[in-house]
Write a protein that binds this ligand. Structure first.
Ligand SMILES: [Mn+2]
Length: 453
């Protein structure tokens, strides 16, 4: 048996990021690109020529897996529903079934009878899978085309797909019960078995909790050929078995670093010897908005004017780099870009002389961006005397940290400096700074020779 399918997740239709209508449209554009890849049809849009991306990965496919979070929120508006229905209708018209599970962003309220994913199932636009869990017992039912519900579905003879909605804290128990229930069903019910869920794998994203450990997923090892996940927006393929395509568009700027991502195309050939050789997993990269985040240290600017001219030089260089990147053949990032600038380090002058509006104007002049934002995480040289309330709490925190560092021989000599570094890193994290930027900052401090400012 040979088949080919496309696996996507975390589309997040309806997200008006930065309050920008263009970003709302970007999420739909990425979804449409995924549909283009699944159907193998590339229509021209808004007067643009058709864009065939990832030419080495060919469509059309036999079916599509949508592993949760089609929508960004459960209360969607009519435009968002329209985007979803238009895309899904293209699949249906092409005879390509779309099999889905519910993600955390689109789960129906408890008091609601149906959510929007169930609505799409009732419209025959998706096959929405889930299992009935009652305590420790999990009941598996085949897809019922009349009631539009069920736990498993066979899109093509020999292929069986099991689905589980987002279960949050009880994912571990649910997956264990599910694995048991699949094993109870007659062995060899299908040539090729897929398990789809909206859940992560521990360790794949440092700052995201809630994934199951690999050993918990291992309960499914003997019963499945492919585990199709969504939820973590970072792509990963483990053991050629547990697969996560990543978000087609970036729900936060730190996601923009994760390329390629957005969808996977899997070519199955069960005539091949058992094991990993039975399928080939190809990683795709959806067209999306160019987004970049830059970090600039303010330590070496003796005055506000000097800072502005250093920044302008820095931004000019980065804008030229970005221009070169975007002109490279095969690049499908769209413009104008989203640019975020993170200011870090110690500010050698008064904080109120730091003119963030003027810095935003520099970004606008150099990048002509869709969105240009400055995030200041600088420490004033005299940061501890900003306000009375802050002194008390901040000073207390500093003393506690200094005491902790003083106990460690590696840091004792400069416990005061490390206490300040720890506070700065904490504030960066609280401000939502991307993990990489925080690591860069820590790295800069680690490189600083002992006794430095
Ligand atoms: Mn998501």
């Amino acid at each position: 048996m040979k088949t080919r399918f496309l696996h996507c997740a975390d589309i997040h239709l309806g997200y008006q990021q930065y309050g920008e209508k263009e970003r709302f449209n970007d999420f739909a554009a990425s979804f449409n690109a995924v549909i283009d890849k699944a159907t193998g049809i590339y229509p021209a849009r808004r007067g643009r020529p058709p864009l065939e991306f990832d030419p080495e990965i060919a469509g059309p496919v036999d079916f599509v897996l949508l592993a949760g979070d089609l929508f960004h929120k459960r209360a969607i508006d009519a435009l968002t529903l329209n985007q979803a229905m238009r895309g899904l209708r293209r699949l249906r018209d092409a005879g390509i079934p779309c099999i889905a599970v519910e993600g955390n962003h689109e789960r129906a309220y408890y008091e609601e009878t149906i959510g929007w994913m169930k609505f799409l199932a009732l419209q025959d636009l998706i096959i929405l899978l889930d299992a009935e869990i009652d305590g420790d017992t999990l009941t598996l039912q085949p897809w019922d085309p009349v009631r539009r519900q069920g736990s498993y579905f066979e899109p093509t003879p020999g292929v069986r797909i099991y689905g589980l909605r987002y279960c949050g804290a009880s994912t571990g128990t649910a997956v264990a019960a599910y694995a048991h229930a699949i094993a109870e069903q007659q062995a060899g019910a299908a040539d090729y078995t897929i398990f789809m869920a909206h859940a992560g794998v521990e360790g794949q994203m440092d700052d995201k909790a809630g994934g199951l450990a690999f050993r918990q997923w291992a309960a499914l090892r003997d019963q499945t050929d492919y585990v199709a996940l969504g939820h973590f927006h970072k792509p990963f393929v483990l053991d050629e078995w547990i697969c996560n395509p990543g978000s087609p568009e970036s729900c936060s700027i730190s996601e923009s670093d994760w390329t390629p991502r957005g969808y996977l195309v899997v070519e199955v050939d069960t005539e091949q010897a058992s094991g990993a050789g039975r399928h080939r997993i190809l990683g795709g990269n959806t067209p999306r908005r160019a987004m970049r985040h830059y970090t600039f240290r303010t330590d070496h600017a003796p005055s506000p004017d000097a800072l502005m001219s250093q920044l302008d030089e820095f931004l000019e260089r980065k804008a030229q780099e970005l221009g070169r990147e975007l002109r490279r053949p095969g690049v499908t990032e769209s413009t104008p870009p989203v640019v975020e600038l993170y200011l870090t380090g110690v500010l050698p002058f008064e904080r109120r002389s730091l003119d963030l509006k003027a810095i935003e104007a520099l970004i606008a002049a150099r990048f002509s961006p869709l969105v240009g934002a400055v995030k200041s995480q600088v420490q004033s040289a005299d940061y501890a005397i900003e306000s009375d309330a802050y002194v008390a709490r901040g000073e207390l925190e500093r003393r506690v940290l200094e005491g902790l560092f003083a106990r460690d021989t590696r840091y004792a000599g400069e416990s005061d400096r490390w206490a300040r570094v720890a506070i700065a890193l904490k504030q960066m994290a609280l401000a939502g700074t991307p993990a990489d930027t925080i690591l860069d900052e820590l790295d800069a401090h680690l490189r600083q020779p002992a006794g430095g400012a």
